[in-house]
Design a protein around this ligand. Structure first.
Ligand code: ADP
Ligand code: MG
Ligand code: ZN
Length: 566
């Protein structure tokens, strides 16, 4: 302590000197801040790069459009089955990319942008790839959602970069998949998605900035064309629209065959039947059916895919796997059997309804406890009023059987109810099939390719009346179905017990039993139901028609109608 030191200082033994205290230089004291900043920048760069799919550093704002490479597995038009008209339309683009001179010398203007529209899984992406494969030109492919990412302002610069790359490589194809992700209508509201709008504006600017004839052609695909900004579809932009629809019967068969090229098939395989059973299925679902069948074959330690494998895989794709260990009580199984026979019998007893292909009461993983698979004879493009009414009656047939036999109703009809209501509403609001509302549209389809959502466009009063009319319509068909089943109670019982025993029966078995007993029955019954049919027939004679697009919807419905959620 000082008492100890001071005497020593006084004695001169110790010399005390003083120095200015050391000051930390500014850059040292800044060090913690600098380190923090460096770390942040590093993290930022890291994330930017991973967002870019891990490219070189400092490539912010570059589009990550993938240059489609010809790695020996080139997709060509041969890989795209069906879609004849679509391929023809695109052939022109291919031709132009191969021999641009032919067109430019004549002064023909080639479309800058082609929009492929259609439901999911119909082969839009596949078609775009095939165009590139056929034309043998560079192919830039990017998905609309990739433009709109983490960082604000990146979308627009990605678009800019994409087009500058494309111009360097011309002639070439730029493919923007799912363009609706950036091309949605700008709503003009404050606080809307600025990022998306900026990206869209940049895209529009770029498209205006070059001539189609300089060899960059833009393909885009979407399944919500109605949501696209009108600016995108203006002349000079995506002015050509190629609808890619769900495949028809021949198309389905062709798609099945294309995908079956890779697998070994037994001689009994009949693609025509499979295609018929898979009515309403998209190309992607058909590809999936083939694959499921192959997997099933492997699972069962076989080496050749059979017809049975394919048929089972249709059901897997539509209704999910068999739930082998689902335990239905005996009573439940009986109810399900009657329910399903109810559908099938009502369908069969109405002359215009499609015959049944198969009925099963084996529960599926989708929650279906059983289902009736109806098959359209050929492709139908129009449905008349009578046919729609019959369809509604068929939907109500399951519940009607429960009522007739058990005098009790279950939750098993929820899906039927939904489908029947949908059809009845459409008859009134969209197909103009009622006296009252004549040919006035009360609903418009807002989402043609994705479930066909509709929006109402009528007054509250009218809505009330429509609702009333829907109930009336469904009720009338429900009563008709009940009457049909009561009149044919013996057949209902026999068929239901047969199904209960066997769990799965084919349409042929069904028809055989039905017709056997029909012959045995007295003809009075047949006359009675024939009478009812004729009365219905009168109102249907001046019936309206349904256009092609809606028919596809119906077709899909006929496959989907099968699920019976509980
Ligand atoms: P989309 O882009 O219309 O949703 P995709 O082109 O991605 O549909 O199709 C998905 C898959 O379905 C394809 O990879 C292909 O295997 C199959 N597919 C769809 N349509 C067809 C078709 N017309 N011919 C052959 N395969 C098809
Ligand atoms: Mg696609
Ligand atoms: Zn049902």
């Amino acid at each position: 302590s000082s008492e100890y030191i001071m005497p020593q200082v006084d004695e001169g033994k110790l010399v005390v000197t003083s120095e200015k205290p050391k000051v930390t230089p500014w850059y040292i004291s800044m060090l913690p801040y600098l380190i923090t900043i460096v770390i942040f920048v590093a993290i930022w760069i890291f994330f930017m790069n991973s967002a870019q799919g891990g490219g070189k550093a400092m490539s912010f704002g570059r589009s990550k459009a993938k240059l489609y490479k010809d790695d020996g597995k080139k997709v060509t038009f041969d890989d795209v089955a069906g879609l004849k008209e679509e391929k023809e339309e695109l052939q022109e683009i291919v031709d132009f990319l191969k021999k641009p001179k032919k067109y430019t010398e004549l002064g023909a203007r080639i479309p800058k942008g082609v929009l492929l529209v259609g439901p999911p899984g119909t082969g839009k992406t596949l078609l775009a790839k095939a165009v590139a494969g056929e034309a043998n030109v560079p192919f830039f492919s990017i998905s609309g959602s990739e433009f709109v990412e983490m960082f604000v302002g990146m979308g627009a610069s990605k678009v800019r970069d994409l087009f500058s790359q494309a111009k360097e490589k011309a002639p070439c194809i730029v493919f923007i998949d799912e363009i609706d992700a950036i091309g949605k209508k700008r709503d003009g509201q404050l606080g809307g998605n600025d990022e998306r709008e900026q990206t869209l504006n940049q895209l529009l600017t770029e498209m205006d900035g070059f001539e189609g004839n300089n060899g960059v052609i833009i393909l885009a695909a979407t399944n919500r064309p109605e949501s696209l900004d009108p600016a995108l579809t203006r002349p000079g932009r995506f002015d050509r629209r190629v609808p890619v629809e769900l495949p028809d019967l021949a198309g389905r068969e062709a798609i099945l065959k294309v995908h079956a090229r890779k697998i070994k098939l037994s001689d009994d395989v009949d693609f025509h039947t499979i295609a018929r059973m898979a009515s309403g299925a998209s190309g992607a679902e058909l590809a999936n059916i083939i694959n499921e069948a192959a997997l099933r074959t492997v699972r069962n330690n076989r080496t050749i895919v059979t017809q049975a494998d394919l048929e089972e895989s249709i059901e897997v794709v539509i209704a999910g796997y068999q739930k082998k260990n689902a335990v239905l009580s005996d009573e439940e199984k009986k109810i399900v059997a009657y329910h399903e026979i109810g559908h099938a019998l009502v369908a069969a007893l109405q002359t215009n309804s499609a015959p049944v292909q198969k009925i099963t009461i084996i529960p599926r993983t989708s929650g279906a406890l059983g289902y009736t698979m109806q098959v359209e004879q050929g492709d139908k493009y129009l449905m008349n009023k009578k046919e729609i009414e019959n369809k509604i009656a068929t939907f109500t047939g399951g519940r009607a059987a429960e009522e007739v036999v058990f005098n009790e109703i279950t939750t098993g009809a929820s899906n039927d109810i939904e489908q029947a209501t949908k059809l009845a509403r459409a008859m009134i609001t969209r197909y103009g099939m009622t006296e009252e509302f004549d040919m006035v549209a009360m609903e418009t389809v807002t989402n043609q390719y994705l479930g066909g959502d509709t929006s109402l466009s009528c007054s509250a009063d009218t809505q009330k009346e429509i609702d009333k009319k829907v109930v009336e319509l469904v009720k009338r068909q429900h009563e008709k179905a009940k009457k049909l089943l009561m009149d044919n109670r013996a057949k209902l019982d026999e068929l239901a017990m047969y199904l209960y025993e066997k769990e799965t029966i084919t349409g042929e078995e069904f028809m055989k039993i039905l017709n056997n007993q029909k012959n045995a029955d007295n003809s009075a019954q047949a006359e009675a139901s024939g009478d009812a049919d004729n009365k219905e027939g009168e109102s249907a004679s001046e019936s309206d028609t349904v256009n092609k697009e809606q028919k596809k919807e119906q077709q899909t419905a006929s496959v989907r109608e099968v699920g019976e959620q509980v």
